[in-house]
Design a binder for this molecule. Sequence first.
Ligand SMILES: Cc1ncc(COP(=O)(O)O)c(C=O)c1O
Length: 368
Amino acid sequence: MFKYPVAEPEIGEEELKNVVEAVRSGWISSKGEFIEKFEKSFSKYIGVRHGIATSNGTVALHLALVALGIGPGDEVIVPDLTFAATINAVLYTGANPVIVDINPDYWCIDTSKLREAITPRTKAIIPVHLYGHPCDMDEIMEISERYGLFIIEDVAEAHGAEYKGRKVGSFGHISCFSFYGNKIITTGEGGICLTNDDELAERMRILRDHGMNPKRRYWHETVGFNYRMTNLQAALGVAQLNKIDKFIEKKRKIAKMYAEELSQINGIILHPEMSWAKCVYWIYSILINRRDITREEVAEKLEKQGIEIRNFFYPLHEMPPYLRYAKPPYIASEISRKGLSLPSSVKLTEEDITYIVQKIKEVIKSNE
Ligand SMILES: Cc1ncc(COP(=O)(O)O)c(C=O)c1O
């Protein structure tokens, strides 16, 4: 346990009240009024017509892929730098993942490398809005239209982030969010698929509920899953959603403080925000680009002072289950090796950030 955590949930009285209400009502499984309320209010917040809440973000991705008919023989493009759930969901379907490099300027999928990765078998692209920063959605949607590819946005880390003034998660054919405890808003475990397509929404609802015909109980049209969210999770989510803008504002304030202070240090590359982006800085991240001190040394010294530090994700192409899909070189290796995430909990105070920044400066200076 660190005094200054990278992320932590902020659970208040409203969350408690809703969960107690759900428990008292007896609707503790996947029926109950909080589920519909959460699906409606979250999809409205992002600006999409339908919301299908799920047990977590990983199964949301799997549900989206299956609903789009993706399976063995198909190819799905994923970025090299992401949490493994993105590629695992593709593998669950039997499709082949194609790992594309990231843009070093903002760490998301490099759209200039997409065309060369497309083959006649390509069915979909999963752009991941990494660490709160949006992908270049104009480019991605243009490629989607030109090559007839589905776009499944992975928005697990970027609730409320915007591309050219429009919320991410509203661009793709389906978008998938996670509400794990460290995310911008949480339902404990949880996820959601959003879509504007009525048929896709219906298909996802059926697949989420064992493939059962909604008008004919226990009659199964297809092999589905139990990917439902519980009313208890949704009760938490409804309360969290009321605070989402406050959380994002706080994340952006923390980012501004880090940026102002850390920009004075040579060899620290700040968390990017492209001119077309509103980044929500899910966890504020930097690259350590110095000869005199490694990322590991910085992390070790800070952690001794109660400051939690997290290394970047490893590039997918370097890890055993995904080696066979690797087509190196990837710039993601260099970015990943240098990347550190800093305490970004919405509970941190200005004094906390000032303290953390001061310790980072001391650690770097002590090596000069
Ligand atoms: C980019 C990304 N995709 C998918 C997931 C999976 O979400 P969950 O943990 O809710 O299954 C996560 C986070 O956990 C993530 O960071």
